[in-house]
Write a protein that binds this ligand. Structure first.
Ligand code: ADP
Ligand code: MG
Length: 253
């Protein structure tokens, strides 16, 4: 998609868990070449929303469109192949394997059952292709000098970049990141922010769910603020930072 084109559209998403409404009537768009942050205090419903957008979970009602097509009801695996990639923080690093192997396996694993099963199905041509792609994406995120280092030796900030390299292997036009800055040190956050800015300038649409307000405010184009499952504010960072409802949600709780 060309810059400015709508990549992802959420229309009136509601997600209930029994009597609990975790998301109520959530609507927004994300365009190519734009970073949208969804923020809110703990329990606001951010992860619930994130899971639906990446098709790990599905709305009780409402629509999700990716490149104009309904995707609610599809599988996460199908979406990864179609250009919607999420960071997989729960796909654990294989600490004694190399950074390069971790990304290649992660790219292959995406959505499938397990490492062993994935490894067994690889033929040599496919393996070579995955390794070349993994190398390309690691260079892209700035880990080119660590290809053959043990993944377990990387600092947390570098591991986060590794996860993004994995997500990029599927050649996505939309990147979904769940709390990418969590636990990172100042310089690591800076490196991450620089990468996201670069991806945005290449036309990537990026949606991140984030708890860290400072990280978000210096980086993103628009902010969507949730509390108790609902939208309480939306707009550019400058207006969000001084929005009374937002300050109340963050400081009042
Ligand atoms: P956040 O990521 O903003 O901290 P969550 O989306 O994790 O918020 O949770 C929002 C609300 O939905 C919470 O009250 C949480 O307990 C509830 N919730 C989330 N997932 C489930 C689930 N699978 N079953 C029942 N309740 C859930
Ligand atoms: Mg969460």
């Amino acid at each position: 998609p060309a810059k400015g084109e709508v990549v992802l559209e959420a229309k009136g998403i509601t997600r209930r868990f029994g009597g609990l409404v975790a998301n109520r009537d959530i609507s927004f768009t994300v365009r190519a070449g734009e970073i949208l942050a969804v923020i809110g205090p703990n329990g606001a419903g951010k992860s619930t929303l994130f899971n639906q957008l990446s098709c790990v979970d599905h709305p009780t009602s409402g629509e999700i469109r990716f490149l104009g097509e309904r995707i609610d009801g599809r599988t996460a695996r199908a979406m990864a192949g179609a250009g919607l990639s999420r960071s997989f923080q729960h796909v654990k690093l294989l600490p004694s394997m190399s950074v390069l192997e971790n990304v290649a396996i992660g790219a292959h694993l995406r959505g499938s059952k397990g490492v062993a099963a994935a490894a067994l199905r690889l033929d040599r041509a496919e393996e070579a292709r995955l390794l070349a792609e993994a190398r390309r994406q690691l260079v892209r995120v700035g880990l080119g000098q660590y290809l053959h280092a043990e993944a377990g030796s990387l600092a947390l900030g570098q591991q986060r970049l590794l996860e993004i390299a994995r997500a990029l292997c599927a050649d996505p036009c939309l990147l979904l990141l769940d709390e990418p800055a969590a636990g990172l040190r100042f310089l690591e956050k800076q490196a991450l922010a620089e990468l996201l800015v670069r991806l945005r300038s290449e036309g990537m649409a990026i949606l991140l769910v984030e708890h860290d307000m400072d990280f978000v405010m210096g980086l993103v184009d628009r902010v969507y603020v949730m509390e108790f499952g609902e939208r309480i504010a939306e707009g550019p960072p400058e207006t969000i930072q001084t929005n009374p409802a937002v300050l109340e949600a963050y400081l009042g709780g």
